[in-house]
Design a binder for this molecule. Structure first.
Ligand code: GLU
Length: 317
């Protein structure tokens, strides 16, 4: 009898170990000098503490790459721009050539991602970028689309600049070495790549003019106005010349639409019921708000997230 019990116990333990191995999940974020990566690590820690769900955090090429990583089942969760997830779901813009991807669902919008145009101090307007060496973000990144739309608002195209397609780290490095006059970067501010650059180089962040701001809001509903304070970055130890009025989209947590309802419910609850702990780990936690977490979502939400946000009254029953 004892032997049978021992065998049963061993089988049970093995099954348990297999389940926990098989159940480890992954979240795709962005470049290690962006904001998704650092914020993703804090989220994963808190989800583990509060819900006992283990999620490995991976760096990646950000929004578009992340949606593809969910689609090919490499990861279960990801952080993406809300505009890019709309393009993916509807097969437009950066997803027009390859077609729509609909294998993912939204959980919540989390914090504002600011379109930051970092430029050498002699450049004071987007219009001054004509003929200049400008990085507009990785090919197909959310940043590249934001840059294209901002130029459009100014009646310009990529043909008006010497365009380069570089990620955050490479853009900041080349700007530091004098090989770029400006670069675009869409991420929660302050962004590590820009904070690090400020220790080595002087720069300004460009504002978007009033007319161009109105154009962007009218044509692209996902943009909101966002002001970067002059002291958000201190290039060479000094605040920038002025505040920068620019646009923002939302960093959104998404997941594989096949994930089970309980898992996604528990993950959502772990985040929104532990905002102070997340804020201790990363400043962007301050912007988490359960009341507005469904704003800016234009694609279907996962049923687990819908269950949580209905329970707390964010979604009306
Ligand atoms: N918003 C950027 C993108 O998806 C990434 C931002 C980040 O890594 O913090 O292209």
């Amino acid at each position: 009898m004892k032997k049978i019990l021992a065998v049963c116990l061993a089988v049970l333990m093995l099954a348990g170990a297999m389940t926990s191995c098989g159940s480890k999940m992954f979240m795709a974020t962005g470049s290690e000098t962006g904001t998704y990566y650092a914020f993703g690590i804090v989220l994963a820690d808190e989800i583990k503490n509060a819900a006992g769900i283990e999620i490995g955090v991976q760096s990646s090429g950000a929004s578009k790459a992340n949606i593809q990583l969910i689609d090919d089942e490499t990861v279960d969760f990801a952080i993406v721009q809300n505009d890019v997830m709309d393009y993916a779901y509807n097969g437009t813009n950066t997803f027009a050539a390859d077609g729509a991807i609909t294998s993912f669902a939204a959980i919540a919008t989390m914090y504002a991602e600011v379109v930051q145009i970092v430029a050498s101090p002699d450049i004071t307007s987007v219009a001054d970028l004509v003929g200049k060496r400008v990085s507009v973000g990785d090919v197909g990144s959310g940043t590249e689309f934001n840059a294209q739309q901002i130029f459009e608002a100014y009646g310009m195209t990529f043909d008006d600049i010497q365009k380069q397609n570089l990620g955050f780290t490479d853009s900041a490095d080349k700007f530091k070495d004098g090989q770029l006059d400006a670069f675009f970067l869409t991420a929660g501010a302050p962004t590590v790549a820009v904070t690090e650059l400020a220790t080595a180089k002087d720069f300004n962040i460009l504002s978007i003019g009033e007319t161009e701001m109105a154009y962007l809001k009218e044509h692209y509903g996902y943009y909101t106005e966002y002001t970067i304070g002059a002291d958000e970055y201190t290039p060479n130890g000094e605040p920038m010349d002025s505040d920068a009025v620019t646009v923002a989209v939302m960093a959104t947590l998404i997941c594989d639409s096949d994930l089970d309802e309980d898992t996604v419910y528990n993950v959502t609850k772990a985040i929104y019921e532990n905002i102070p702990a997340i804020t201790t780990g990363h400043k962007k936690g301050e912007e988490l708000n359960a009341q507005t977490a469904c704003d800016g979502i234009s694609i279907p939400m996962h049923p687990g997230a819908v269950k949580y946000f209905t329970e707390i009254g964010t979604i009306a029953e």
